[in-house]
Design a binder for this molecule. Structure first.
Ligand SMILES: O=C(O)CCC(=O)C(=O)O
Ligand SMILES: [Fe+2]
Length: 281
């Protein structure tokens, strides 16, 4: 937490050295400055396990070098991010095991499909606190993070104690505050989990409200996804009771035919990336 606060307090020109490179294959990696997200009022940097799976085509560095860590007083930044990702990856694999139990599948069901080389991303997010109320022309136009569903299998999210994350209740259609609980992680189902379980688990619309709390908010989402080249394979013989009912909130459209998706995780990732860039252009 302290290192991430220090990272975000570096001068903008330093942070921009690690900026996202739109057009690269993994263009969601790196640093996004405030204002680069349309109506989202957040700063963000994303790292993944590219060193471990050797699939990254990213050219520029994602992290400050050792010398830069010394220079900017953020010694341990890269190591801490990598250790955190390693622990969350191990925990995610355990969670996939628990999911097999819940679905009455053999315990090793997901091993070859998704768990040999999972693709994961760690986001470090800062939602700066603003003085205005976020309203324009009487309606809310500003968000911390616009309503959306996460894309992959699931997300594990650490949030500080400021608050602002909300999840959409399917039964009432109202936003519910996801109150910070010290020492906890939030488990959030993503779209790919909905596809492979044929809607047994449904991905959750969530948003972060525009921060006017008087304190900057920090959160660390860890996105756990299948390997990019692996096909998304729906589980046979799974009795499903529900299907996606809510498909559009704000600017985010969740494909109403999501359960018919066929292709690799990379194909799915590209569909979502294209939606994101279309929205931003
Ligand atoms: O900051 C948060 O609490 C949520 C972040 C989030 O939803 C995301 O990055 O996908
Ligand atoms: Fe999210």
């Amino acid at each position: 937490m302290e290192l991430s606060k220090k990272f975000f307090s570096l001068p903008l020109d330093v942070k921009m050295k690690y900026k996202i490179n739109i057009g690269e294959s993994e263009s969601n990696l790196g640093y996004f400055s405030l204002g680069q997200h349309g109506t989202d009022y957040k700063e963000e940097t994303n790292n993944n396990n590219k060193k471990n799976n050797n699939t990254s085509k990213r050219i520029s560095e994602l992290y400050p070098t050792k010398e830069e860590e010394e220079l900017y007083d953020i010694v341990g930044f890269k190591d801490t991010c990598e250790t955190f990702m390693k622990c969350l990856n191990r925990f995610s694999i355990e969670l996939m095991g628990l999911i097999t139990i819940n679905l009455n599948l053999p315990e090793d069901y997901f091993n070859d499909l998704y768990l040999n080389h999972p693709h994961f991303n760690l986001g470090l997010l800062k939602y700066m606190s603003f003085d205005d109320d976020g309203n324009g022309n009487g309606k809310i136009t500003k968000f911390g993070n616009e309503p959306h569903c996460d894309w992959g299998l699931f997300t594990l999210l650490y949030q500080d104690d400021v608050g602002g994350l909300q999840a959409l209740s399917k039964s009432t259609g109202h936003w519910i505050n996801v109150k910070p609980i010290s020492g906890s992680l939030i488990f959030n189902i993503g779209n790919v989990m909905e596809i492979i379980t044929r809607g047994y688990y449904i991905s959750m619309f969530h948003q972060v409200i525009y921060n006017t709390s008087g304190r900057d908010r920090y959160s660390f989402p860890f996105f756990f996804n299948p390997q990019l080249g692996k096909p998304i394979v729906p589980i046979n013989n799974l009795e499903t009771t529900t299907t996606t009912t809510i498909t559009k909130i704000g600017n985010y459209i969740k494909d109403p035919n999501i359960l018919n998706f066929k292709g690799t995780y990379n194909d799915y990732h590209n569909i979502e990336m294209n939606k994101l860039f279309k929205k931003q252009n």
